[in-house]
Design a protein around this ligand. Structure first.
Ligand code: KG4
Ligand code: ZN
Length: 364
């Protein structure tokens, strides 16, 4: 049954390289308040390997999750006994980390006698604008992170339709690989953005994969290869060349993303969905150049543009707590005790069937 009571939820996130815990309150009229939001990034642990190492990630989550949860509860001033539910990310993501988070949450839920909500990480990103901006569906969503690149029709809570997805690399992955081959630090996205500030976006003519195509999907593998070729042709790289490559890369990415949003918007408009808002979320939505371009696109298309504050674009526990609270309030939360951690978990189960289990399927 839909619940018109205030809800206070603890959210736990361990799907990739951020260990996070948060306490969020949802008022009876649907407004959200973050009471505590603690994130511990594992960048330092993975830096030497040039990418996230799943085994190291799982162990790092295990080492600090109990402290992080205690810290979040202490900061929020909410006692475990006063929570309405405990929520944890069950997927998609790296299975070791997901197992740590879900197992911890199950144990805590049993010990505290609280219901457990198993949350889809993508739903966390998709609903964050409700927490930060009070935005209610329907809206069009651009989800761009290290593992996911999708356009989605967010029709209602628990009613999502994926429109486009990547046929190869995720956009965050393309940023991370670009940073790595240019010798920039990690995480790659912020490093590329920082270097691009001093660069000329017209210096390198990089490709815009999928641009102009009617099908709604994304592709970044060709762009990544072109960046590698450009870098190899200019070795040894100067700071100025690195800046130019980064600026040219960001410009190409933004052109592709805007074009894909245009196709997704055409799709929802053709279905008669009166969507007035475009929401960008996921780690790459923290990119200032991309945000500017999306804002300009929305101006032309008569859409309102919304993007969560930077700290809530990247992975966090507040989005997990909030997604659980929204599901609980709508009477749509399953019993998390019966849910197993899963590396693949598409937001709309229907598109998993449409695309099968390949790159366009559950992982994407
Ligand atoms: O959502 P997120 O924190 O984790 C996943 O669910 O994947 O996204 C992380 C990704 C990384 O690839 C990171 O390089 C990218 O988001 N990212 C950025 C920026 N900040 C983070 N990409 C471009 N520009 C940024 N400012
Ligand atoms: Zn994420």
């Amino acid at each position: 049954m839909p619940q018109a009571e205030p809800l206070t939820v603890l959210g736990i996130e361990t799907s990739c390289d951020e260990t996070a815990a948060a306490v969020v309150r949802r008022s009876a009229d649907g407004r959200g308040t973050i009471l505590a939001n603690v994130v511990r990034s594992q960048w330092a642990e993975h830096a030497a390997f040039g990418g996230v190492v799943p085994e190291i990630a799982a162990r790092a989550h295990l080492e600090c999750l109990d402290d992080l949860v205690s810290e979040a509860l202490a900061q929020s001033g909410v006692a475990l006994a006063d929570l309405d539910a405990i929520a944890a990310t069950a997927g998609p993501g790296l299975i070791g980390g997901l197992l740590v988070g879900m197992t911890f949450a199950k144990g805590l839920a049993i010990a505290a006698g609280k219901p457990l909500v198993a949350v889809n990480h993508l739903e966390g990103h998709a609903l964050t604008a409700g927490l930060t901006d009070g935005l209610r569906p329907p809206y069009l969503m651009l989800l761009v992170s290290g593992g996911h690149t999708q356009t989605l029709a967010i029709n209602a809570i628990a009613d999502y339709r994926r429109i486009g997805t990547t046929i190869d690399d995720a956009l965050g992955e393309a940023f991370d690989k670009t940073a790595k081959l240019l010798g920039l630090g990690s995480p790659g996205g912020p490093a590329v953005e920082h270097a691009a500030r001093n660069g000329d976006p017209l210096a390198f003519a990089l490709p815009r994969p999928m641009m102009g195509r009617a099908e709604p999907h994304f592709s970044f593998a060709g762009l990544k290869t072109a960046v590698r070729r450009a870098a190899e042709a200019r070795t040894p790289l100067t700071d100025a060349t690195v800046a130019d490559i980064c600026a040219s890369f960001q410009a190409a990415v933004a052109d592709c993303v805007i074009d894909r949003c245009r196709v997704a918007l055409g799709d929802v408009r053709a279905r008669g969905k009166g969507m007035r808002t475009l929401v960008a979320a996921g780690g790459v939505a923290a990119n200032a150049h991309l945000r500017q371009r999306l804002l300009a696109f929305c101006g032309i298309e008569d859409l309102t543009f919304t993007a969560p504050p930077l700290a809530l674009c990247t992975d966090n526990g507040a989005m997990i707590a909030w997604a659980a609270a929204e599901r609980l309030a709508a009477g749509l939360a399953d019993d998390g005790m019966a849910v197993a951690a899963r590396a693949r978990w598409p937001l709309d189960e229907a598109s998993a069937t449409v695309y099968g289990s390949g790159r366009l399927g559950g992982k994407a």
